[in-house]
Design a protein around this ligand. Structure first.
Ligand code: FES
Length: 128
């Protein structure tokens, strides 16, 4: 895809985010915000057989953070927990497909941070 197409894709996800809303029931809810701007995201996660069974998110952010959240929900649905734990900055930048400044990288990474909080909370709860 060309840069223009990536930018268009980001805008599409921003204007029409996938998996936005709430699950009927979930195993964990996780929340965090970007201290630089105050934007916040909440993720609801449901797990089954060591995988993410379902995910929805809510909250508000800029185009980059919202697109990142939307793309991330598509990527992690049905993904094994172990794979989700391994996701890192380069995976998110690959999904977005454009170069980002340091400040914008914080926007892009916020959703993954929240998902990981949820995953670790679930793993913690499952141990008890
Ligand atoms: Fe707030 Fe991007 S400006 S998350």
């Amino acid at each position: 895809m060309s840069i223009d197409m990536y930018q268009e894709n980001i805008l599409d996800h921003y204007e029409n985010p996938q998996n936005f809303g709430h699950l009927d029931s979930c195993d964990v809810k996780a929340h965090d915000s970007n201290p630089l701007c105050g934007d916040t995201f909440d993720f609801e996660l449901k797990f089954k057989d060591g995988k993410i069974d379902d995910v929805k998110f809510s909250g508000h952010g800029c185009a980059i953070s919202t697109a990142s959240a939307s793309m991330l929900t598509e990527k992690i649905k049905s993904l094994p927990i172990e794979e989700v734990k391994k996701l890192e900055q380069k995976d998110i930048l690959e999904l977005l497909g454009i170069e980002l400044s340091h400040v914008r990288i914080k926007c892009a990474m916020l959703p993954l941070k929240v998902v990981k909080l949820g995953v670790y909370e679930y793993l913690d709860k499952s141990k008890k």
